[in-house]
Design a protein around this ligand. Sequence first.
Ligand SMILES: Cc1ncc(COP(=O)(O)O)c(C=O)c1O
Length: 395
Amino acid sequence: MKFESEVVHAGDRKRVPGQMVPSTTPIHLGTTYFYDSAATLDRVLGDEEDGFCYSRYANPTNVALEELCTTLERGHGALATASGMAAIQIAFQAALIDRRHAVLASNSVYGATIGLLDQIFSPFEVQIAYVDICDIAAVEKAIRNQPPGCIFLESISNPLLRVGDMKKLAALAQSAGAALVVDNTFATPMLVRPLELGANIVVHSATKYLAGHGDVLGGVIVADQAHHQSIRMLSRIAGPVLGPFESYLTMRGIKTLALRYGRQCQNAFRLAEWLPAHPKVERVYYCSDPHHPDVLNIKQSFAPGLFGAILSFEIKDAIRDTVLRFMDRLKMVVPGTSLGDVHTLLLYPVMASHRDVSPKMRERMGIRENLVRVAAGIEAAEDIMADLDQALRSV
Ligand SMILES: Cc1ncc(COP(=O)(O)O)c(C=O)c1O
């Protein structure tokens, strides 16, 4: 099946001879399951027979979503979690459980991921190091300095949209005995499939493109065979699982992922073509740029013809107050701190995603005070352009 069909069908409509088949997986709210014989329950609890016994271990609605995500990401198995951050936490624990307690992370990842490493893992004696993940020589040096048990990156970095050489990173991770964990939230499996490029574990904030409508907080971990059992074991004990209602909504969202994400990529492409000529725009960052520093990595890992649905741009001569005024003048585009919704969202990194990063560090990362990030929605591109244009001209 092609991706457009998989998003509609995978996980749903399992046929059991002689039983009715609901056309969409129902929301199973029951927390506890029993059978007509206690011996069956005993076998299910002991993992000797497939079945459900308690929703923290597995839930039929969640399992349908997990099967769908396993198919889309080409994994061995998946776990639906209560948030993207819960997914990342379990992924790190699964990666490190039987390896050196050291993480080598890209220095350009979501702020809360840095918080998770520095404030939650570091006090438990996990060594944390950061590196420019697009600089392979720097990655090799960092591995020599402190051999990691886990290498972590986002498939498209935020907000400057850098793309690492995932095949090379997977090879480096393997020879260092480390797991490669990739946050694929920005790309979705429609654009990038990290497991096919050699990664071991993929995480998503399902809150974004997968659910897609700004009404679900959730996460997903998809792993290879070597890591899936540890992930389920950790979750069974710690219990950061997604609720069945959110699972249903996420699955419902994914059914239109190909339509939504395809349109969002087209809209982002059109914005990236239009913005450079705007008199108030200094610079545009987008993955279709032929001068993008990671053009070869983009070619290697992106689905042909798509460049993602997020772009960033710098407003000419703008300081913080100018950017805040620009955001206040937006009439349709939502100035909110998220991405991946059907409506276009605009985020100011200095105020939101990189608020806790020192100005000096931001400067080093290339995140200037005049930079904004746009996550294109599915509206008419002309309307997005018209709104950005009127807001830009009024500041
Ligand atoms: C790339 C990325 N990963 C993970 C997360 C965390 O996801 P959640 O808010 O669902 O916990 C976010 C949230 O913005 C994100 O942008």
